[in-house]
Design a protein around this ligand. Sequence first.
Ligand SMILES: *[C@@H]1O[C@H](CO)[C@@H](O)[C@H](O)[C@H]1NC(C)=O
Ligand SMILES: *[C@@H]1O[C@H](CO)[C@@H](O)[C@H](O)[C@H]1NC(C)=O
Ligand SMILES: *[C@@H]1O[C@H](CO)[C@@H](O)[C@H](O)[C@H]1NC(C)=O
Length: 355
Amino acid sequence: MRALFLKLLLIITLCSSCPLLLWIFSSPSTFNSLSKAKHSGPDKPDSCKDCKESAFIKKAVADYDPKWRKQEANLKKFRASLNSKCNGVSKAVVTQANTPLGSKITYDGEKRKPLQVSPALFSTFAKVQPFGNKTWDTCAVVGNGGILTNSSCGKMIDSASFVIRCNLPPVENGYVVDVGNKTGLVTANPSILLEKFSGLMERRRPFMESLRPFSASMLLLPAFSYGHNTPLSLRAVYTLEDFGGGPKPIFLNPEYLTCLARYWHAQGLRSMRLSTGLMVTSLALELCNNVHLYGFWPFDRHPFGQQVPLTNHYYDNRQSKKNVHSMPAEFEHLLRLHKQGVLHLHLGKCVPSKT
Ligand SMILES: *[C@@H]1O[C@H](CO)[C@@H](O)[C@H](O)[C@H]1NC(C)=O
Ligand SMILES: *[C@@H]1O[C@H](CO)[C@@H](O)[C@H](O)[C@H]1NC(C)=O
Ligand SMILES: *[C@@H]1O[C@H](CO)[C@@H](O)[C@H](O)[C@H]1NC(C)=O
């Protein structure tokens, strides 16, 4: 009963995975300006779901320039503003340095119930920020969108110096060609721990086995977004400790997430919660000289005319239940940054890179 309740709560309140998971077509506001152009006749809202989407896709494709050129000045400016406001380099992860023993942690999704840092909790924090002082040359941020299917982007993704993935996606066997398998950082949302691994209350070996492709990475857990995330994330940490040899668990800092939400809100993004994809993209923009995005495309129609409908994720077609994120609205911002030469959004197939 309690487990069910928690599960429900999580599904409702948390972003249950990386971008593209949630379609917000039922929420007209997310289409705002883009959809208005096509909004002519007295269409019923239902029958216009498709036309809104079509208009959005048409506009997105028209706006998307596949011949991308980096604009160093724009990137520097964007990075500087993110860094001065939110400072992901030292704040994105909870550390013993930024979250002292005895201090209070405020959950970003549940601000009224702060948590005092006990010695036991403190001992699970990273000692210092885990990203070091250097800037990576190239980072690939992999959203899990169905657009990656048949993309042949694996090699290009793996050629990045640092690869960020979301929500423990499959990277083995048939998927490698399209998504690669190199990973420096992977996120794990509580919902996946609950749904796939019984909240780590039962056998924990399947969890460890699923982490095998990520054994050299960091595992980023949103331990302090909601109160019930904390014990769950701690069980993940203890499981890793007990079995040994897995990825290095680190906790997302709720202060950083609150700051990011404010940052994107000021940029005009109105959504209940940022998706994990946008969170890690923001982080990558601070940590890397070149940011490449793959698997970010929030529609089931391929942008370049491919007929087969895309699945929600490259590995399944699960839809989420609740409109907590606004993927098309987030996507508009990513498209804008692509246009400004700040990051390179890859849509469509990857051409094998010259060696
Ligand atoms: C980063 O550099 C600062 C000052 O240059 C130093 O104090 C700090 O220890 C360094 N941190 C890491 C993680 O190397
Ligand atoms: C991917 O390629 C396979 C084999 O050519 C094809 O059957 C499938 O429909 C394609 N899927 C998508 C989404 O393009
Ligand atoms: C990625 O795949 C290659 C080739 O199959 C393999 O040698 C390598 O160990 C894999 N890397 C990871 C991190 O799983």
